[in-house]
Design a protein around this ligand. Structure first.
Ligand code: ADP
Ligand code: MG
Length: 264
């Protein structure tokens, strides 16, 4: 799609985040136009997950600005940011293993922060009034990701690929405007990754802006409208897949990483 004509949905400006002496984000600035798939790539330790943690309010930034649709959100609580339409999945899958697949999506309706998930989980029995509606909504999201036949199983019994789909369903249950996916293809086989690509396209068709952190270069090059490349907390390149593929800085940043350069 023509990304230049879309309004900006996410605007990050000079974002800073340090952990002790480690500067995980060093004045990072970028924009995500509404309705596109933007991929963020970069070696391990580049700061990609930290960026998601700061955008979603799990971690406070040390400086800089984040705006959603022009509304400033940096430093706000995770729940508030979720209410403004930001949802995410985790690099290390975080489903409730001893709850059913359906229950995992049902709690997704009221969460973003991990603490939020847990407190909502404890209130589940008291949610009778809205329960049927929430259940139906959760079933719709399970069907959307292809897990409708798994609804009554314990989430912990699902293979990794399906747990990752479950996380996507749970994230979608909050009706986000923007979905942040942290390495959704990690641990998936080729067939599962193809299914994921199709799913991400269908998410986009729902009008949801997608920000994708991913190491699978085939997937990234295949589905992204724009790519931002990070290294050591900084943006080292940004552009359309074709531009990124041929950027010498990008290739250099990946030296020493287990990445197939022929894909870059
Ligand atoms: N909660 C944390 N506490 C301390 N250091 C962290 C924390 N999260 C990330 N880091 C450090 O920040 C840097 C960026 O990490 P991360 O955002 O996980 O990178 P990526 O997701 O790109 O692999 C790394 O040096 C990592 O060790
Ligand atoms: Mg990460």
């Amino acid at each position: 799609m023509n990304t230049e004509s879309s309004p900006v949905f996410l605007h990050v400006e000079n974002l800073e985040k340090s952990f002790g002496g480690v500067q995980a984000l060093k004045g990072l600035s970028f924009k995500v136009p509404q309705g596109i798939i933007k991929a963020i790539i970069g070696p391990n330790g580049a700061g990609k997950t930290t960026l998601f943690n700061v955008i979603t309010g799990i971690l406070p930034p040390n400086g800089g600005a984040i705006a959603l649709n022009g509304i400033s959100i940096e430093g706000r609580k995770a729940r508030e940011i979720a209410r403004l339409g930001v949802s995410r999945t985790f690099q290390n899958v975080e489903v409730f293993g001893r709850m059913t697949v359906l229950e995992n999506v049902m709690v997704g309706r009221h969460i973003q922060s991990r603490a939020g998930i847990i407190s909502t989980g404890f209130r589940l029995p008291g949610m009778r009034r809205e329960e049927r509606q929430i259940r139906e909504n959760a079933m719709q999201h399970l069907t959307f990701v292809g897990l409708e036949n798994r609804a009554t199983e314990l989430a912990g019994n699902l293979p990794l690929g399906e747990q990752k789909l479950l996380e996507v369903a749970r994230a979608l249950a909050t009706d986000p405007k923007m979905l942040l996916l942290d390495e959704p293809a990690g641990g998936l086989n080729t067939r599962e990754t193809e299914g994921l690509a199709a799913l991400i396209h269908r998410i986009l068709e729902q009008g949801i802006t997608v920000v994708l952190v991913e190491h699978d270069m085939n997937l990234v090059m295949d589905i992204s409208d724009e790519i931002m490349v990070m290294n050591f907390g900084e943006k080292i390149a940004e552009g359309k897949p074709k531009q990124i593929k041929n950027d010498p800085l990008v290739i250099e940043a990946y030296l020493g990483e287990e990445v197939d350069y022929s894909d870059l």
